[in-house]
Design a protein around this ligand. Structure first.
Ligand SMILES: [Zn+2]
Length: 67
């Protein structure tokens, strides 16, 4: 369950790593909402909405979650 998830910028030519997440196995262990991230590489601003651990895991492909 401790497989690392890399949260990265979704722009194909950017791919900057924002943070790593290690699933806790408890779905209420994570709830991201209202957090704004600015990608320092491509200058994109994005806002995280209603991300739970379950959502993160569902959308992770080969250990990478793109936002
Ligand atoms: Zn970016």
């Amino acid at each position: 369950m401790n497989r690392k998830i890399e949260i990265r910028c979704r722009r194909a030519n950017c791919n900057k790593l924002f943070m790593n997440y290690f699933p806790t196995g408890e779905n209420n262990g994570l709830y991201l909402a209202g957090i704004e991230l600015k990608c320092e590489k491509c200058k994109r601003v994005l806002r995280l909405k209603n991300y739970t651990e379950e959502v993160l895991i569902e959308h992770t492909i080969d250990g990478v979650f793109r936002v």
